[in-house]
Design a protein around this ligand. Structure first.
Ligand code: ATP
Ligand code: MN
Length: 152
């Protein structure tokens, strides 16, 4: 007999993009249905390459420290907004490379399931899968549910 399978701790990585929204809804529904704990995770990628999307080489300016602080505060505010819609969810913000940090945190907290979007902030719709989603699906030892953004 196979031991019954049910998620107890669901890790939900979010980059606060519309692509991550449907995954949040699924995580919420699964959390309620299985009475599982839901953990929201955001990984701040503070490398210069990742910051290239921010206005004019901000990583280079003297006020970089201040800017980083602002990015950290913004992440906390975004996380507060998301967790406001997920009562009871634990929140985690880490700094590092998102793809590997998601797997590290999953192991660290003892998650048994990951629920995430197929796309994120970059959101190139012609790409089948975002690179973070692809990496996690390829390497995760636990179940991964990927959810495509709802299109009206
Ligand atoms: P790419 O990043 O490869 O250019 P993309 O941004 O469209 O493409 P992904 O980054 O793979 O796609 O995003 C897919 C999902 O991965 C998101 O919906 C979110 O659940 C998760 N994710 C992506 N980046 C982060 C992050 N920095 N922190 C937490 N979760 C993330
Ligand atoms: Mn991305």
């Amino acid at each position: 007999m196979v031991e019954s399978v049910r998620p107890r701790r669901i890790l939900v990585p979010t980059d606060f993009s519309p692509g991550a929204e449907s995954a949040l809804e699924w995580a919420k529904a699964l959390g309620e249905a299985f009475r599982a704990e839901v953990l929201l995770l955001h990984v701040l990628d503070l490398t210069i390459g990742a910051l290239a999307g921010f206005p004019a080489n901000v990583a280079m300016v003297p006020a970089a420290g201040e800017l980083l602080e602002r990015i950290r505060v913004e992440a906390q505010q975004e996380m507060a907004k998301v967790s406001g819609r997920m009562p009871g969810a634990r929140t985690i913000i880490r700094e590092g490379m998102p793809r590997s940090m998601i797997l590290d945190v999953a192991r660290e907290v003892g998650a048994d399931m990951i629920v995430m979007g197929t796309h994120g902030r970059t959101g190139l719709t012609h790409v089948f899968f975002g690179s973070v989603a692809e990496h996690v699906v390829r390497h995760s030892r636990i179940a991964v549910l990927t959810v495509r953004q709802r299109t009206e």
